[in-house]
Design a binder for this molecule. Sequence first.
Ligand code: MLC
Length: 506
Amino acid sequence: MLFLHRLRETCREHASKTAVDFRRPASSERLSFGELHAGTTRTAAWLAGKGVCAGDRVAICLPKSVASIQLHLAACSVGAVSMPVNPDYSQAELNYLLRDSRAKLLVTTQGRSGGMGPVARFPDSETRVAEIDPHRFGRDLPPRGPDLASIPIAADQTALMLYTSGTTGRPKGACMSHASLTANMDMLCEAWKWSADDVLLHALPLFHVHGLLVALHGALFAGATSVVLSSFDAQQVVRGLAGGECTVFMAVPTMYRRILSLLGDDVMDLRHMRLLTSGSDRLPVEAFQRIERQMGMRVVERYGMTETGIMLSNPVDGERIAGQVGVPLPGVGMRIRDPETGAPAGQGEVGELQTQGPHVFTGYWRDPEKTERSFTDDGWFRTGDLGLCDKKGRYELKGRSTDLIISGGFNVYPSEVEHTLAAHPDVGQCAVVGLPDPDWGEAVTAFVVSKSPDPCESRLIGHCRRSLAGYKTPKRVVFLESLPRNAMGKVQKQLLRGPAGQGTGG
Ligand code: MLC
């Protein structure tokens, strides 16, 4: 049964139970499963009123809110494509996504569309804009909506499109079908033993696989309550975890680092909790051990990506090993191949992780070449991550075959930042790498050969921030006389990442 149909059953079965307990600093809002269904239906009518039809992309660029949840579910329910967008994106980034996706509708906050009014054509795109107040949205909805059960949804129809960048070129829309979202949920429900008795503490953003699918969909699917925090705040999370009502918490390593730094030497009693998970970035072994010592639980580390959802996980009942990402979820095909030759890697040998199964996305939006390059000839998706598999079939990540930087759980593609820097008149040459950072894991760091006699770090950071989201903006700019290059003229980024580069940066 597709995830939407299952969710509808869950809403009926648990009609009066709290589905979402949304908490903002000054207020909170509770929604039962019955109200969630009614709200989704009325939001579906609102979308139809804006001209949204099956197959249309609906860009949802909103702060975390009940409205963002309802718009996502409603877009999927009417057969349209939900396209959540990071509200921190610059106007240029947003314009690109709208143009590329040919979104029918952008739902965003007042003022975000550059003062063009509530319904307007976005520059260079066919997108209509609806500006809403996300915290009042429910009150503005029509009283009734369509019978969602009567709207046909095909399993291979795209439900969700999330933009993700590549090592080259601009971000691409990864398309997830209703079937792949359903497969992801089925696998995780079985592996993590989600149940209606669970209460999830939700502190992740809702515009990525982790917060949206792994956390929110997981809880909704199971009929569990989600206590949704409007943003991550370590103090609020510690209070939420210690409060005794939550049983499940999911986070990226930066969040755990911030929780641990708040705890100092204190110890928490989390015996009421069932599951702590970590993902989107590697959790260092020391962090795993500190969590065990101070929070009394061994984190379940797992591995996934936008194009595939979660593929590997440490077991819920069984040994959770620090530094390992576990075993394939039920139904996930996983193998390791030499990234250059495609030859199978021997046991314990490092190679590229490749995956196959119903969890894999259907392709990149309007980009058959990139889609083709992402799969092997025999149909396995190439993750670009390097890893090995031990004798017991457990996987360990060993870096990447690409330049990707992971900062605080967000993927940053150096080429995008380099492109932005290169557009500044002061910049002669530049190279961007991730350097180890105690908070972010990796900090986006730019090495620049300046054309200006008066090089200025803050000027270049300000320039990047105007064009890029905060998480992509370099934390540091290091000026060099020249960039290290090999005989072919290619920048040797490993030297910038190594002690010499770090020494310069520090
Ligand atoms: C925010 N900033 C970041 C950043 N997040 N900079 C680098 N890396 C990040 N991850 C910027 C802000 O824009 C701001 O810049 C400045 O840093 C200070 O912000 P902050 O207040 O300290 O950060 P905060 O808003 O608290 O965000 C930190 C965070 C957030 C850890 C809560 O980054 C976060 O929610 N990360 C989770 C990412 C995630 O969900 N990933 C899932 C990907 S899915 P300025 O210029 O505005 O002052 C995936 C698949 C899978 O990977 O397997 O899960």
